[in-house]
Design a protein around this ligand. Structure first.
Ligand code: RIB
Ligand code: CA
Length: 323
């Protein structure tokens, strides 16, 4: 099977590093490079975490470029209350890398990487869309070299942390609005979908039983995540486990057959006192937009059993050395 060429933009935090553990080991992806951005934590922390994740996962050959230190227009706020002050729930890398980011900022790195590819490339966006917006603002021709953006965020009628807004949109709503408005093909791996991407306690026992350094990391970071996301992971008084939003997003790229979704017109609220960050998805076609404006593939549901099975299969491939 031909590998899918991807670039990954992340704000490594807990679900980002679990997603990287899968993305950097699956045989279905050819990861060309990684970029970091402010989001869960300030960009210095997300960059440190991502550089060390590459080292832990035996992928030091991959280039990494550091991105935006603040959203397009707003002040930075973070999700340290969910991911912990170091972004990984206190997990510390046994081996600290000396690898440094590429000299150019993330949006320039992305542009250069896209231009160097003969065919359009998928961008997997696991964070606020600040870097992607800067890329498209400063290099509009990049749009022709992006096959699609597969993004974690957006929702039907739910949110985290507000009742209607998801973090990756709320952290930089102007960026999300701009990127979607370019009509670049956009896959919205919604919170409604990723709330079905939970690892149960039994699944986490299977992770723990793998006994390789990457699985051990996943075990530790999800342990913190279980507690910090307890409220949203308790359904009818029962704790279901822990949603791994970013892993679900990467899984769409490698196994789209596990997902249900449809194309709609979408936009982003940036002015609402109560609704900023809300992704308006025109499910009932009220706006009667032309087909060419329905550029967002909204993912609604994932086959959780298969998602967990494929994740565990890949996680088991890390050796004792972690490579
Ligand atoms: O809402 C969850 C998303 O916001 C995930 O990407 C998480 O890492 C945070 O960035
Ligand atoms: Ca993320």
């Amino acid at each position: 099977m031909e590998k899918i060429k991807v670039l990954i933009d992340c704000d490594t935090g807990i679900d980002d590093i679990v997603a990287l553990a899968y993305a950097l080991k699956t045989e279905r992806l050819d990861v060309l490079g990684v970029t970091t951005v402010c989001g869960n934590l300030p960009v210095d922390i997300t960059t440190y975490n991502t550089l060390n994740a590459l080292n832990l996962m035996g992928r030091n050959e991959l280039p990494l470029a550091k991105g935006a230190a603040k959203p397009l227009e707003r002040e930075l706020w973070d999700a340290a209350y969910i991911h912990g002050s170091n972004g990984l729930g206190g997990y510390e890398f046994a081996e600290k890398t000396s690898k440094q980011p590429e000299p150019q900022p993330a949006h320039e790195f992305l542009y250069n990487m896209l231009q160097a590819q003969p065919e359009p490339v998928t961008i997997i966006a696991l964070a606020p869309l600040t870097n992607i917006a800067l890329l498209l603002q400063q290099h509009p021709d990049a749009r022709e070299k992006i096959q699609r953006i597969v993004f974690m965020g957006g929702s039907l009628r739910t949110g985290n942390p507000t009742p209607v807004a998801t973090f990756n949109v709320l952290a930089d709503p102007e960026a999300a609005k701009y990127v979607i408005a370019t009509k670049v093909p956009f896959v919205m791996c919604s919170l409604d979908c990723t709330r079905g991407s939970f690892l149960t306690y039994e699944d986490l026992d299977k992770v723990r039983a793998l006994h390789n350094p990457v699985a051990d990391m996943v075990d530790k970071v999800t342990g913190f995540y279980l507690e910090s996301t307890k409220a949203e992971n308790t359904v009818d008084g029962q704790k279901k486990g822990v949603d791994i939003h970013d892993l679900c997003t990467v899984m769409y790229v490698t196994h789209p057959e596990l997902f249900e979704g449809e194309h709609y017109f979408a936009d982003v609220e940036t002015k609402g006192e109560l609704t900023t960050g809300f992704t308006l998805v025109d499910f009932e076609d009220n706006l009667r937009k032309p087909l060419e404006d329905k550029t967002v593939l909204f993912l609604k549901k994932v086959d959780r059993e298969k998602y967990v099975e494929y994740f565990l299969q890949v996680l088991a491939r890390y050796q004792e050395s972690g490579r």
